[in-house]
Structure formats: C-alpha cells, structure tokens
Design a protein around this ligand. Sequence first.
Ligand code: NAD
Length: 306
Amino acid sequence: MKVLIATDKPFAKVAVDGIRKEIEAAGYELALLEKYTEKKQLLDAVKDANAIIIRSDIIDAEVLDAAKDLKIVVRAGAGYDNVDLDSATAHGVCVMNTPGQNSNAVAELALGLMVFAVRNFYNGTSGTELMGKKLGIHAYGNVGRNVARVARGFGMEIYAYDAFCPKEVIEKDGAKAVDSAEELYATCDVVSLHIPATAETKNSINYALLNKMPKGAMLVNTARKEVINEAELIKLMEDRVDFKYVTDIMPSAHAELAEKFAARYFSTPKKMGAQTAEANINAGIAAANQIVGFFKDGCEKFRVNK
Ligand code: NAD
C-alpha cells in the first residue's frame, strides 16, 4: 500500500516524521512530494498512490484520472473545497478531512487579529479593549467553539449563529444562540466568520448584512475569501469609516483594500491560521490514522463525499 503526502506547502518535519511512523507501523510505504511547482509533478506522483494526504493542494478530475489506484484522499485540515468531491465520487475515491485538529490554532489567530485591530494595528495610538464587547460567532463548528472558549477569557459577551448546530449546544457553552445571521450582525460589535465555502455561503457576506453591524464594528475572517462579496465589502468600507476588516485569507481585492483603507484593513500575507507545529502534527497524524483505519477496518467516519 502506497501513501503519498502531496503538499505544495509542506508539513513541519515533526509532522512528516509522525505520519511516517503511523504509516510504516501499519506496513505501508510512504512517498513524499513537497513544494512542487508544476501540476505535472503531482500527476506523476499520484500514478501509483493508493492514498494521498494533502493540505490546500488541488485535487481535481485530472489528478483523479491520473491516480488509477487511488482509494482515499485525506485533506489534513477542515476545509475541503480544494477537492472536487463529485469527481472523487465518480472515481470511487473516498474523501475525508480531519475536523477539529487545527481549530485551536485558528481560534488563537482570530483572537490575535481582533487584538491587533482594536489596538489600531499597533501603530502607537490609543485603541479599545475586547472585554465587554459583543462577539458574534458565525458558525459554531470546531473553530467557532474554540473562538468562544478563548474569547470568554477576554471577558467578551458571546453570541452565535449556526444554520445546523442545535441552539442547546451553543447555550450549553454559555453563549447566546440567535435565530439568524442578520440578528447576529445587528447585535455584535465584532463578528468572527467560520462558515465553510459552499454554493450557499459564497458571496453571502454582503453589504446589507455587514451594514446591520453597530458603529465601530469589525469583521474577522479566518474562514474563506469566497464567502465575502468583496465589491460590496469595499462599498461598505467606503460608506462606513468606522468599519474594520481583518482576515487570514488574502482577498482578491487586497491591493485596493490596502490602498483605500490602510488604517482599517489587514490581511495576513498568506493563510496562516493552521500554521502551527501543533496543528500540523495533529492534522497530519489524524490523516495517517484515518487512512490506516480506512484500509484495515473500512472506517469512513470522516468521509465528506457521498
Ligand atoms: P466545521 O465543519 O467544524 O464547522 C463549520 C460549521 O459551519 C458547522 O457547525 C456548520 O453547521 C456551520 N454551517 C455550515 N453552513 C452554514 C451556513 N450556511 N450558515 C451558518 N452555519 C453554517 O469547520 P471548522 O473546523 O470550524 O472550520 C470552519 C471553516 O474555517 C472551514 O470550512 C475552513 O474553510 C476554515 N478554516 C480556515 C483555516 C485557516 O487556516 N484560516 C483553518 C481551518 C479552517
């Protein structure tokens, strides 16, 4: 059995060592394709792979066509919008993610972005505090719950909206569950975004929704850039000089946002929410264990395609 780690942006070495240990203990072979610069390298590497571990790498129909012996792809991380799920299903390939393994890393980054923004990007001027502010968590999944946990330590008042998570689950944690995204944005000083990028959520964070937020509002995005309607965000920031936007996913309109709103906008240079040694190790080893469980016991617990 051949397991390929195909990572354009490599795992930390300790994570690769941990994955290797799990894979070799199961009697499988581990192959490594890191920092590849051309798709052809990926197409060649997948030819004889039975399983692939990826990060943000694109697995499309062409890659799946080339991978004749492939049975499973595991996205070491939460979002799996980089994998063509329909094509994987058509090719008989199981796709999994590793939910929860990087959630604390992303949550810590979200709070870091909030502090950075309310302290005026550390420019030496007087800012505001997070304590006592209303924080809206848009999607109460693995990352959202961790943001709630950390924000509670800052003394923030926590509200949450999730289209699928029962209200009791939110309220059991001491957060207030609201009935709609509109209510969340109208209520909260800061909204932290944690919805996945789906056909339904893409472009859904628009002018009308953001304009419901109170004066001095801030949106923190550690989810995906595709969920933001960027043209409407720019219009809103033109109309609302009080509004701040901080993100871990560089917008397509980054240059325009940076030029127009230098004092109210910040993006990390590249997505770094899950870029910690701990998250790398957790997600990488979870991916290896899921592959071993899939081949040895038929376990498909974290399958995300039909
Ligand atoms: P998760 O699957 O645990 O949680 C997603 C939550 O979104 C679920 O509770 C679900 O019910 C809810 N949801 C789905 N559609 C919704 C909708 N239309 N309205 C409201 N709620 C909706 O995922 P997670 O681990 O919390 O990660 C959330 C997202 O964050 C991922 O999809 C990924 O895009 C992004 N992410 C980014 C980084 C980073 O490095 N910045 C790292 C991990 C995850």
